[in-house]
Write a protein that binds this ligand. Sequence first.
Ligand code: AMP
Ligand code: MN
Ligand code: MN
Ligand code: MN
Length: 279
Amino acid sequence: MNPVNFDFHCHSTVSDGLLPPAAVAARAAVNGVDCWALTDHDALGGLPEAEATATELGMRFVNGVEISIEWRGTPIHIVGLAFDRMAPGLVAGLDALRQGRIERARRMGDALAAIGIPGVYDGALAYATNADLISRAHFARYLVSIGIAKDVGSVFQYYLTPGKPGYVEHQWATLAVALGWISDAGGVAVVAHPGRYKLSGGDMRKFLDEFKALGGQGIEIVSGSHSNDNVLHFARLARHYAFHASRGSDFHGPEESYVDLGKLAGLPLDLKPVWRLFR
Ligand code: AMP
Ligand code: MN
Ligand code: MN
Ligand code: MN
């Protein structure tokens, strides 16, 4: 049977989600998801638990990851799906990305100390549910806890986005290298939430040209981060590039996500769903 309610983008406590992998799986199943991928940031550690629970609950499971890259100075996320999670290149590459996150987090802490907010690196680390993966989301949660802003969204707005005092530049993976990891592991590369990037129309096309030339095959169309206009716009681009379409909530937790697992519109019917590419 073909998947109907598939959700190929969400996070657990192995990265910056609020629920452990088994609880994310259970929530997806309760919400009627029939084919599911866990896509933690730069980490594969949740996949065995996610797969075990998903299978127990009768969902089809797909290995997933959301890889942080930088393209011409813009941070972009690439979702990898249906790969071999033991593939050495992918495993080593993600290890290095997580190490880089620690070094970036130290610099973020220094930058915040310089504006009179000390101790934020240690504070954020205490919010990291996997000591091996620190994200700006952990900084945001800690900063809310000490009353710096009223909620996570405001912390990002005033402290953690480009131009704001706690934001530091960082060298992520390159597009070519990340797509190499995914294809060497037998997986499918998907552009995550394209509507979120600060790229002009022309630069988005340049990016998609390169993504396609390097073997990228998928793009998220229906996403928790997308407006209706985003869906229409990126559906047009998917047709133009002959990309397969993905659908994912980007669920992080009950209190922090606009869209729950599996509670998304369907893909535009003429688009090819990305699961057709899975082996
Ligand atoms: P990082 O990968 O460490 O740079 O952190 C990116 C993560 O921060 C995203 O995956 C989201 O979980 C979170 N994030 C980014 N921007 C926002 C925002 N405006 N509001 C809430 N969370 C955000
Ligand atoms: Mn996140
Ligand atoms: Mn993302
Ligand atoms: Mn995500």
